[in-house]
Design a protein around this ligand. Structure first.
Ligand code: SF4
Ligand code: SF4
Length: 289
């Protein structure tokens, strides 16, 4: 039993989140560099959950293949049944329905979040469920890295539907990997929260600028509410004022685990889709192993 438990523990998958309060801090560069380094001797799944703007495949030079569409439920109307009472329009908080007493409801699918309030409010069951395509799931493989990449359809607003779909796929595939690295969107919106919920350790990536510090504080507040283990990665560490980040690091009891100086080589490789090797990523690997 002890041997079984020991081998079970050894096989347990670790889910690591790379995130950032602000866009453009190098989050995806670091997520891909971490995946590249770990994949030298571990089974790695890299999940690009930045559904508004996925780019891990570009950084790693991976050709993605479409594996699935992501759908959101939306209501549809049977106007033969509708008594034009106007109730569905009144309950729709996103203003997806224009419904005036005495007229047929007019529906704007782009504004619908699928909450179901209109469905419940209809006194004559004139609504039922339909669905619309809101995004895509892609996969790819290169450098011994399995990649899953979610992408929101142009003009669709709700990225967390794509992120939730990726989470379901992770749940099914989890056992096949030693590490799952999640590259979240920037910011603290719902899609980021949904992505971070399943991570054991989270590494916010920031830079030593006033804007970097401001947005880092937002993500540190969020991570403290989610009760996550947090260490900061300081990118372009030799540019700007490190003190602002050190102050936050103390305030939120999060170490600055790795400092990555500005490098032209990183930029060159980034622009050519060549995997980036970063010396200080090894500190992150020591921390998560
Ligand atoms: S499902 Fe919700 S958001 Fe969509 S139309 Fe109905 S009430 Fe509005
Ligand atoms: S609540 Fe039902 S009956 Fe009333 S306007 Fe909407 S669809 Fe028609």
């Amino acid at each position: 039993v002890i041997l079984f438990f020991h081998s079970y523990l050894l096989k347990m998958t670790k889910i690591i989140g790379i995130t950032g309060g602000k866009g453009g801090t190098g989050k995806s560069t670091i997520a891909t560099a971490l995946a590249y380094e770990l994949a030298k001797d571990k089974r790695i799944l890299l999940v690009d959950m930045d559904a508004d703007c996925p780019n891990d495949h570009l950084i790693l030079g991976i050709k993605r293949e479409l594996v699935d569409s992501v759908y959101q439920r939306i209501p549809k109307w049977n106007l033969d049944k509708c008594i034009k009472c106007g109730a569905c329009g009144k309950v729709c908080e996103t203003n997806a329905i224009v419904s005036i007493k005495g007229s047929n409801p007019i529906f704007m699918p782009l504004q619908c979040n699928g909450c179901g309030a209109c469905f419940l409010s209809c006194p004559v069951n004139a609504t039922s469920w339909d669905r619309k395509e809101v995004g895509y799931i892609f996969s790819g493989f290169k450098h011994n890295i399995d990649l899953l990449s979610g992408e929101l359809k142009v003009s669709e607003p709700i990225a967390e539907i794509v992120v939730n779909n990726l989470k379901k796929t992770i749940e099914k595939k989890k056992e096949d990997y030693d590490y799952i690295i999640i590259d979240t969107a920037a910011g603290t919106k719902c899609d980021v929260i949904v992505a971070l919920e399943i991570c054991e350790s989270v590494f916010p990536v920031t830079e030593p600028t006033p804007l970097g510090a401001h947005d880092l504080e937002l993500i540190l507040k969020l991570l403290s509410r989610l009760e996550k283990k947090v260490d900061i990665i300081l990118n372009r560490s030799d540019i700007g004022n490190q003190e602002v980040i050190e102050k936050l690091s103390k305030q939120y009891k999060s170490n600055i685990l790795a400092e990555i100086p500005y490098s032209k080589k990183i930029l060159k490789n980034y622009s050519k889709g060549i995997p980036i090797e970063i010396e200080s990523i090894k500190k992150v690997i020591e921390d998560i192993k």
